[in-house]
Design a protein around this ligand. Structure first.
Ligand SMILES: [Zn+2]
Length: 144
């Protein structure tokens, strides 16, 4: 696996930024940060806890498992996603309690359903076009 250069602070800790979140995705890891003061899980990661304003945060790996909370089927996508149309975008409630928006990849002819069990998967950054970041997405658990 290629070396991934994280943005780090002066103590060598990996900064809780969305950019580093996507670098972890490139390693096949779905990561959040947890506030060391109040324990809140923050996803997507931010440099400050929205609950107690602490900046003492540490990375934790998530299971990547959850349930579909709500979704929308996209038939008229932005230009960069035209080749994927139609596709499903949803909010996934992870078993850790936090919610994350993402693409839900279902087989052709298959329908997304609220409550369906999902698992995260990853795709490397596209060679061209936008965005130039590794991607995460969700698939139904039993069809992986
Ligand atoms: Zn906090």
């Amino acid at each position: 696996m290629e070396e991934i250069a994280f943005l780090r602070d002066e103590r060598g800790e990996i900064y809780p930024t969305i950019e580093n979140f996507y670098k972890f995705c490139g390693m096949g890891k779905l990561m959040a940060v947890r506030c060391s003061r109040c324990g809140r899980l923050i996803l997507p990661p931010r440099p400050m806890c929205p609950e107690c304003y602490s900046t003492d945060l540490g990375w934790v790996q998530l299971s990547g498992r959850g349930r579909l909370e709500t979704y929308s089927e996209v038939y008229v996508p932005p230009k960069n996603f035209a080749s994927k149309s139609p596709y499903v975008i949803g909010i996934v409630r992870l078993v850790e309690g936090v919610a994350l928006p993402g693409q839900i990849v279902v087989d052709r002819g298959e329908k997304a359903e609220v409550g369906m069990e999902l698992s995260v998967d990853f795709e490397s950054a596209p060679a061209e076009g936008w965005p130039q970041w590794p991607r995460y997405f969700f698939r139904p658990v039993d069809r992986k």
